[in-house]
Design a protein around this ligand. Structure first.
Ligand code: NAP
Ligand code: ZN
Length: 347
């Protein structure tokens, strides 16, 4: 065991504070990672607030992790000391079910082991990336290409893969008309990725205040959802809508923007249900879907895709003492567009 510095939520709704946590000894299949940077995902906030159900506290969030390999177990052949690596939302899965064997560990029938707040296969509760080191099964450790700037690569491990996976699953490419709802951490990645895949990309944001940034990320069109005309003018005009909003919105209004056979994929995960009227779907054979992060193989593919296409999250680097303010700014939609913690400031 080793003791490492971390930032934890002591209880639901309480500010995060410095602490120390224990990391397990490096087993034969494990990799010890010196964490350098950790992104702040809105899911961290949902989780520590208890939006998704009760948690065991103290809880160290963080599932957008990059760092350097400090030690590898005796059976590890895929990573070496000094490698630039990343860890996303999962640190384990059964490895045997149909979904794991297909490389979709996020849909493991036993349930994948989340990077924090989950029961690990040894019975301990996982603790996440707002910390100085972590021990992870080598099968869940990604290679971070040299072409990617290290600090700004961290958000790819969740925001990147969560938007890349549905864009790939629904075969986005040249000719696809894609709308991204919400331009925060996930949204600003979805725009860049869909653009790089050749789609015609529209941003649907609450206001036009971030329009210039949206166009810079590759959006062809940008509309305000506070303007009712957006919904009449753009009716039945998209093949795929990626909803990244962290709060409840009127889904039926957004479904009306889909063309025949279009799909609205919800990746945003607010606490309350989002009612869907069947008559928003039936007359145009529309689909309403969800999608969870992406598998390990696909996450590596996404990292390589970003390196190849010079895609990078827009980040604001903060120290540990800025974490609670950053949470407030994310909640107020004032993030531009992902906070990343420099873990050398964790003490
Ligand atoms: P974020 O950075 O806070 O972005 C969310 C964006 O949604 C905001 O920037 C804002 O964009 C829009 N928004 C916020 N409140 C709104 C409201 N009341 N009405 C309309 N729009 C609103 O969050 P994130 O880190 O991208 O995460 C987004 C959601 O995805 C969260 O619920 C998170 O838990 C979830 N998530 C899901 C997965 C998955 O596997 N499915 C993975 C990661 C995250 P505008 O200002 O442009 O309107
Ligand atoms: Zn996340």
């Amino acid at each position: 065991m080793q003791t490492v510095n971390a930032y934890a939520a002591p209880a639901a709704g309480e500010p995060l504070a410095p602490t120390t946590i224990e990391r397990r000894d490096v087993g034969p299949n494990d990799v010890l990672i010196d964490i350098k940077y950790a992104g702040i995902c809105h899911s961290d906030i949902h989780t520590v607030q208890g939006d998704w159900g009760p948690q065991q506290y103290p809880l160290v969030p963080g599932h957008e992790i990059v760092g350097l390999v400090a030690e590898v177990g005796s059976a590890v052949t895929t990573h070496r000391v000094g490698d630039r690596v990343g860890v996303g939302c999962m640190v384990n899965s059964c490895g045997e079910c149909t979904h794991c064997r297909r490389g979709e560990e996020q849909y493991c029938t036993q349930g994948n082991v989340g990077t924090y707040g989950a029961v690990d296969r040894d019975g301990t509760i996982t603790q996440g990336g707002y910390s100085t080191a972590v021990v992870v099964d080598a099968g869940f450790v990604l290679r971070v290409p040299e072409a990617l700037d290290f600090a700004s690569a961290a958000p790819l491990l969740c925001a990147g893969i969560t938007t890349y996976s549905p864009l790939r699953h629904w075969n986005v490419g040249p000719g696809s008309r894609v709308a991204v709802v919400g331009m925060g951490g996930l949204g600003h990645m979805g725009i860049q990725l869909a653009h790089a895949m050749g789609a015609e990309v529209t941003v649907l944001s609450q206001t036009l205040s971030k329009q210039e940034d949206g166009k810079r990320f590759g959006a062809d069109h940008y509309f305000a959802t506070s303007d009712p005309e957006t919904f009449t003018r753009r009716a039945s005009s998209f093949d795929l809508i990626l909803n990244t909003v962290s709060a409840e919105i009127d889904l039926n209004a957004y479904l009306s923007l889909l063309d025949v056979d279009g799909t609205l994929v919800n990746v945003g995960a607010p606490a309350a249900p989002l009612p869907v009227a069947v008559f928003s779907l039936i007359p145009q054979r529309r689909s309403f879907a969800g999608s969870a992060v992406g598998g390990i193989r696909e996450t590596q593919e996404m990292l390589d895709f970003c390196a190849e296409h010079s895609i990078a999250p827009a980040t604001e680097l903060i120290g540990a003492d800025g974490i609670n303010d950053a949470y407030e700014r994310v909640l107020a939609s004032k993030v531009r567009y992902r906070f990343v913690i420099d873990t050398s400031t964790l003490g």
